[in-house]
Write a protein that binds this ligand. Structure first.
Ligand code: FBP
Length: 693
């Protein structure tokens, strides 16, 4: 285009289309901000009141009872609506509160709606009530860094993802000093209540903070969040109090959409295996949901692997009169073999492509790696404690760290007192690739957690897979199956008789739709030898071109594309399920505060059912992470369909298209699939999906 045809930059920037493109307010944002999540029936009443719910029983740890004497006897509460309570109740309910709120840990879609729900309920009860946000996680409490949460601020974040409004952090109030500073902050701000939105650690911490602040009459309420889906609270009899933390559905749906697109691409261009690592620090809940959403060809579930026993190896050892201790527990090598088996079987029916889902925390369930992680965690913690410094500052480079470990192994060899790191550990550790050593030795997060998201788990596994596939290729067992009709056409076109060459080239010519070249033919040279042996060609003759073409087509190339799905899904705008769930959690938090409770965790029951049956608030105190239950309905379904989804058979793959998260419109599913399936075990009945109001 000539210069004189160009619109001037001044005019260009004034153009309404350009203004629209340059604005950060688009239609999706407008619709999201406008959306008003429906309220559970109980929250449509003028007031809410809490009633002890004796259905739930807990076994309480003696030490916890000692440390949390004033809150440990809290009962699970159910919320009921109230229209005309007594005057004293109205006064307490409508009193002017100052409420602090903080996000803790990784962002989870829906957090802003917890604030919105709390804000709306609190302001409805008394418009003078103040909501104060602590900035950047619990550091904000320790350091008294706050922001006033106003109506316009809340409105600008309604139904939006992230924790952007007040940010988050991973600090913990875990020392007497930090506890004292936090208490000071809460008192100086005149807080009536503090709301901690966080994971299992933060909610457990919240219970201790509640105990500490009871003397100041400051209530502490926890709200369970994490995309990992590993906060699932049950009572001692297994009754479900909280079946899913918020954020899980959105993250899983976002991952599933991206992974489903890869299924479509890979089955179109048929040349890549896509390796998709999905977040979930330890538990594989997200991977399981993604499997149900997408029907990817292979999905590893860590909890399933940890149950593994290699019976074949045990029997072999028994026959030899020995014991094979390595047969007990999954090894990386064995896992790579399982993956290779799927790849080889698909290749045999012409599918040299596919999608594998690997949970971020899978290494936690591989026996040999678990032992390394445990040992290294202990070594680093002991070092820090003994020297009152930081292991990683003292040994910044990998070589320094390895040298320290070598020293430990030497002490052990020289008969010094018991050492956690022995020569065998050191040898095994030195056998693994540098980048993986570095990953295993990397700094733990502030909660002492091993940071799986920083380790290239998929690379570790796929390197082993590639090595083994090369071995299988060389011994002739990894081949691409050639469709018989294609083979016939190719040979006939050049006047060759396919039925003559078929039994010479293939091991299954007579009985299969996809023909596999004999194991002994692994190169052009071995192909020629075979043809000579069978008297098809003489030493001086060339391999017939169509035969060579068929052979070349049978040689597999294993090309991978590696993906990590984590932060992207964690930052997604919430699904309607998460919007509604979190808004009602916020409303619930205010009910707990208005009734004067402390040391409680807000939860919504019956999430697996239709919205009209979502229920009230409940409580739990000290939380533990919950893993995927391999006896759950959702896992059993995935296991039952494993073979179908691997699709190592002629014909189409069985991929499912969940599509992108649709905020408006009718086609968005309204709850996570795992939630619905797991409820089948508990109740035997599931509410049909209904359009969300
Ligand atoms: P939370 O447990 O705090 O909710 O965080 C979960 C998570 O997203 C994990 O899935 C992931 O392993 C981890 O956070 C990543 O941590 P970081 O944000 O520090 O990289």
């Amino acid at each position: 285009m000539k210069d004189k045809d160009l619109i001037s930059i001044e005019d260009l920037l004034k153009n309404p289309e350009v203004e629209k493109a340059a604005s950060n307010i688009n239609q999706e944002l407008i619709e999201r901000r406008k959306y008003i999540p429906p309220k559970c029936d109980v929250f449509t009443s003028s007031y809410t009141v809490l009633k002890d719910n004796d259905e739930f029983k807990f076994s309480i740890d003696r030490e916890v009872r000692k440390q949390l004497p004033d809150i440990i006897n809290n009962k699970v509460q159910s919320i009921v609506g109230l229209e005309s309570p007594e005057e004293s109740f109205k006064q307490r309910y409508g009193k002017k509160y100052t409420i602090g709120i903080v996000f803790s840990g990784g962002p989870a879609p829906g957090g802003h709606n917890v604030i919105a729900g709390l804000y709306d309920a609190a302001k409805k009860a008394n418009s003078e009530t103040r909501i104060i946000g602590f900035i950047l996680g619990q550091d904000g409490i320790i350091e008294n860094e706050t922001i006033e949460i106003t109506g316009p601020l809340v409105d600008s974040y309604r139904n939006l993802g992230g924790f952007t409004m007040i940010k988050t952090g991973r600090a913990k109030i875990d020392t007497k000093e930090k506890m004292a500073l936090s208490r000071e902050t809460c008192k100086s701000l005149g807080l009536d209540a503090l709301v901690i939105v966080g994971g299992d650690d933060s909610n457990t911490n919240a219970a201790f903070l509640a105990q500490e602040l009871i003397q100041d009459r400051i209530q502490v309420i926890g709200v369970p969040k994490t995309i990992d889906g590993d906060i699932q609270v049950r009572d001692a009899q297994g009754k479900v109090l909280c079946s899913m933390s918020f954020g899980f559905h959105t993250a899983a749906r976002a991952f599933a959409n991206a992974i489903s697109n890869l299924c479509t691409d890979s089955s179109s261009d048929v040349k890549y295996w896509h390796i998709c690592k999905v977040m979930g620090r330890v538990a594989s809940h997200l991977a399981l949901e993604v499997a149900l959403q997408t029907h990817a060809n292979m999905t590893l579930v860590g909890e399933d692997l940890s149950d593994y026993i290699d019976h074949e190896r045990i029997q072999k050892a028994e026959k030899q009169g020995t014991v094979d201790y390595h047969a007990y527990g999954m090894t990386l090598r064995h896992l790579s073999r399982v993956i290779c088996d799927g790849i080889v079987r698909r290749a045999a029916v012409g599918k040299n492509f596919g999608v594998i889902v690997i949970p971020e925390g899978v290494l936690e369930f591989i026996n040999e790696i678990q032992i390394f992680i445990l040992k290294l965690n202990t070594i680093i913690a002991e070092y820090n404690q003994t020297h009152d410094t930081n292991f990683h500052d003292d040994f910044p480079a990998l070589e320094d760290k390895l040298e320290y470990l070598r020293r430990l192994a030497r002490f052990e060899r020289e008969g010094a007192s018991f050492s956690i790191w022995n020569t065998r550990d050191d040898e095994l550790f030195n056998d693994i690739p540098d980048f993986f050593q570095e990953g295993l030795l990397m700094e733990r997060d502030s909660h002492g957690n091993f940071q799986f998201s920083q380790v290239k788990t998929e690379k570790v596994l796929m390197d082993l897979v590639k090595d083994y596939l090369n071995i299988l290729k060389e011994n002739g067992t990894y081949k691409i199956g050639i469709e018989k009709s294609y083979y016939r056409k190719t040979l006939e076109k050049k006047g060759l008789d396919p039925d003559y060459f078929g039994p010479i080239l293939f091991k299954n010519y007579d009985n299969s739709e996809f023909c596999l070249i004999k194991a002994s033919i692994i190169s052009a040279k071995t192909l020629k030898q075979e043809l000579e042996k069978e008297g098809v060609i003489s030493k001086d003759e060339k391999i017939p071109a169509p035969v060579e073409k068929i052979f070349q087509k049978s040689v597999p190339k294993f090309i991978t594309q590696i993906h990590f799905y984590g932060y992207d899904g964690r930052g997604n705008d919430p699904t309607r399920f998460d919007c509604n769930y979190t808004y009602n959690l916020g409303l619930k938090v205010f009910s707990l505060i208005a009734k004067g409770y402390t040391g409680q965790m807000a939860a919504i029951m019956n999430l697996e059912k239709d919205f009209s049956k979502w229920e009230k608030g409940k409580l739990a105190l000290v939380l533990e992470k919950s893993l995927v239950d391999v006896n759950s309905a959702s896992f059993r379904v995935v296991k039952a369909f494993r073979e179908k989804w691997l699709a190592a058979a002629p014909g189409e793959d069985s991929y499912r298209r969940p599509g992108p998260i649709r905020f408006a419109g009718k086609s968005e599913e309204d709850r996570p699939i795992t939630l619905v399936l797991n409820a089948l075990d508990n109740a035997g009945e599931v509410e049909p999906e209904r359009e969300t109001p």
